[in-house]
Design a protein around this ligand. Structure first.
Ligand code: PLP
Length: 383
């Protein structure tokens, strides 16, 4: 029989998926492992999709996205992200995932190294791996709200380094990089002539402080920024994202996604137009709910004396395992003995060891009971 490609055979296994499979076998599980909002997409956005289907938006759209959507996105980027870009610099993608992958596709050659945050989103290493490139983790520092450890980042840069990937607000950390923290990392990127891939998919999920777009600080000619509708408008299933790129780079993004996905979905794009043009209170309400759940979770962790890093954005929280050890073993026991599903920090890289990720995009009573059981498990595990 023919063999599957070596890139697929050798692709790293996702620790998140493993916990999901185990959790599915437990009917009364309290699932703090998910990264998918518990909210349904707001009604006016769903209605716009319905209308688009009825109006016949059923054909191949342009690979870079419908022009009215790109216009609306350019306006959103100026207003909410401080990015003054032309619509031609915005390419609509199949989710943030498609945006990240296509960006890597046009910047990375086989054998290149991509610097990724550690802990960082578990999909980064396999994305880099299937391009026959090498993911190299740089440490985020829990003592500074998971800011990049610049000494570690500098030490990881080699002549093969090609791309610096930044993620803020962060998954799994909930950390939001300040302008100063970004500046340090961006200076290193410029010094070593790296592309910067800024994953800003949680840009509107901010609990306090502000989100700073890397491209407002660093050299915009080397920065590609990835956004998504998934988190902002609870649209994970619609597969709609976008990338902002320098003028000379943007056409390559549209071209590169043609052989992979051709384009994003036309119906989703019409829904995206309604999301941007319509009322934004839904975004504030959902973000407010995540913030309230964060406050509830940290109140419970504080009461039990469990160590954690206070998240200021996204919808995750990292709590310390007993003695800062064996996050996979702790997460497995928590699931089997107390029916609470989390994701072990080790699934996000070596620096995630000693932590578990708690998701805040589940109902408040699940957060209350799930975090209570987790906190008890940490206290009992430590004694
Ligand atoms: N980037 C980060 C850090 C994420 O956590 C996710 C999804 O969980 C994505 C990008 C991609 O999201 P999507 O493909 O749904 O837009």
């Amino acid at each position: 029989m023919p063999q599957l490609a070596s890139t697929v055979r050798g692709a790293p296994h996702s620790g998140i998926r493993e916990m999901m499979v185990l959790a599915r076998a437990i009917p009364d599980v309290l699932n703090l492992g998910v990264g998918d909002p518990d909210f349904v997409t707001p009604a006016h956005i769903r209605e716009a999709a319905d209308r688009a289907a009825r109006d016949g938006f059923t054909k191949y759209p342009p690979s870079e996205g419908f022009a009215p959507l790109r216009d609306l996105l350019a306006a959103k980027l100026a207003e909410r992200n401080g990015l003054d870009v032309a619509p031609e610099q915005v390419v609509v993608t199949s989710g943030g995932t498609g945006g990240l992958f296509t960006s890597l596709l046009i910047t990375v050659d086989p054998g290149d190294e991509v610097l990724i945050p550690d802990p960082g989103w578990a999909n980064y290493p396999p994305m880099v791996h299937v391009l026959n490139a090498r993911p190299v983790g740089y440490r985020l520092d829990p003592a500074r709200g998971w800011a990049p450890d610049l000494d570690d980042l500098q030490a990881r840069i080699t002549p093969r380094s090609k791309v610096l990937l930044l993620c803020s607000p962060g998954n799994p950390t909930g950390g939001v990089h300040t302008a100063e923290e970004l500046r340090g990392a961006l200076e290193l990127a410029a010094e070593h002539d790296l592309w910067v891939l800024a994953d800003e998919c949680y840009d509107e999920m901010i609990f306090e402080g502000e989100h700073v777009s890397a491209a407002t600080i660093g050299d915009p000619e080397r920065i590609l920024t990835v956004f998504t509708f998934s988190k902002t408008y609870a649209m994970t299933g619609w597969r709609l994202g976008y990338v902002v790129a320098p003028t000379h780079v943007a056409p390559a993004l549209g071209k590169a996604q043609e052989p992979v996905v051709a384009s994003a979905s036309s119906i989703s794009m019409k829904a995206g137009e309604a999301a941007l043009a319509g009322p934004q209170d839904c975004v504030r309400e959902m973000c407010g709910a995540y913030r309230a759940r964060r406050d509830l979770a940290i109140e419970i962790l504080d009461r039990h004396g469990v160590e954690y890093v206070r998240p200021t954005g996204a919808f995750y929280l990292m709590a310390r395992t007993p003695g800062g050890r064996d996050s996979l073993g702790f997460a497995r026991r928590l699931l089997e003995e107390r029916h609470v599903s989390t994701v072990p920090g080790s699934a996000f890289g070596a620096s995630g060891e000693g932590w578990v990720r708690i998701s805040l995009c589940v109902a408040e009573d699940v957060v209350r009971e799930g975090v209570e059981r987790l906190a008890q498990a940490v206290v009992e595990g430590a004694s």
